[in-house]
Write a protein that binds this ligand. Sequence first.
Ligand SMILES: Cc1cc2nc3c(=O)[nH]c(=O)nc-3n(C[C@H](O)[C@H](O)[C@H](O)COP(=O)(O)OP(=O)(O)OC[C@H]3O[C@@H](n4cnc5c(N)ncnc54)[C@H](O)[C@@H]3O)c2cc1C
Length: 378
Amino acid sequence: MKKAADVIIIGGGINGCAAAYYLAKRGVKDVIVLEAAKSIGHGGSSRNGGGVRQSGRDPRELPYAMYAVKHMWPTLSEELGVDVEYCQAGNLRLGKTEAHLEKLNRLAQNARNAGVDVRMIDAKEVKEINPYLSDEIIGASWCPTDGHANPMLTTLAYYKRAVELGVSFVKDAPVKAIQKVKGKARKVITADGTVFEGETMILAAGYESREIARTVGIDIPMTRYFEEALVTEMQPPMFDQMLGTADADFYGHQAKHGSFVFGSECGLEEAADMPLTDTRTSSLTMSAGCRAIMGYIPALKDAKIVRSWGGWLDMCIDEVPVISPVEEVPGLILACAFTGHGFGTAPSVGLMLSQMVVGEETVVDISALRYNRFKADR
Ligand SMILES: Cc1cc2nc3c(=O)[nH]c(=O)nc-3n(C[C@H](O)[C@H](O)[C@H](O)COP(=O)(O)OP(=O)(O)OC[C@H]3O[C@@H](n4cnc5c(N)ncnc54)[C@H](O)[C@@H]3O)c2cc1C
């Protein structure tokens, strides 16, 4: 097994796999990806709702969310040689109260300021776009360039292309620590004591990045949160848009084969005492999610749930990720704390990570996401 490389990536989720692919594509093929699980994409990357959106984002995220939608997602299937089921049919973010509309309007204004085509629409226009929705909806924000894709296919497509280009993946290799040599991140140690060495390290291990970063004195202020999702039995084709709500009580879309995939925020559990290895859903939280969905899409009231699952989110204290080199630890690049919306941006994040490794300017300015934003300003 190869134990030294130019670049070591910790975490084989979509961000780690995309970074590996874009590195290899630009000729940096001496790359090892260390993944704790026995399979690639075992974390949030295979468990998410597939939303590829610009609307509803923090202004600091908009430049690279927009870059991905404009320049990367439309040609991704072709580029990776796998149909990732990208569908750019718009995002409706629904509201039932004036307070909901106020919140949606604020988010829409942020996005418009950054140049995203998103506008508020009334109940009549909502129904024209999607006749299956509840009469209780009084308005929505509408972003026609948003969409959705298949998370598992996208993650595995990046993995497959990275392997084809020469990247080495080591699975079942949980990283325990990073070690510095002469003041620079140099070694990565896994649970069985194996030592890997690299010139540059990208830490993209979701919430677990926090523990790993601590081994070189870096603390990323994030917590974890358990999010649940479900898939229904196949339905006749109904609509193509991605749906969300002002209160984020559910989000989802109809997949290419007909099933609906929904994520839901039931607000019932905090999951503080659940171990990270536990990804079971509960009948209590699932039924709360279903009530939220039926309240917006009554046409699905008889749809049967085929499967449900859960996954962990890496929630940053200021709700946007940390994507940057670390001054105190030269050679270490952080890519974590995606706060529940890191799937849709993974193409541009992967590309920018590859640019950081070779010291190139990133395609858009993401200096607002640097690690040292948490440092006291004296
Ligand atoms: C239910 C749910 C719904 C979501 N819906 C959406 C959505 O609609 N749109 C959107 O944009 N985002 C969504 N997200 C968030 C999105 O899935 C994540 O932000 C994204 O997948 C993050 O990718 P990642 O590669 O950074 O992390 P992950 O996919 O979590 O990958 C991290 C990898 O690191 C590995 N790892 C962990 N510890 C170690 C270690 N010690 N050593 C080595 N490897 C390690 C893990 O096994 C994992 O494979 C959702 C998430 C969930 C759970």
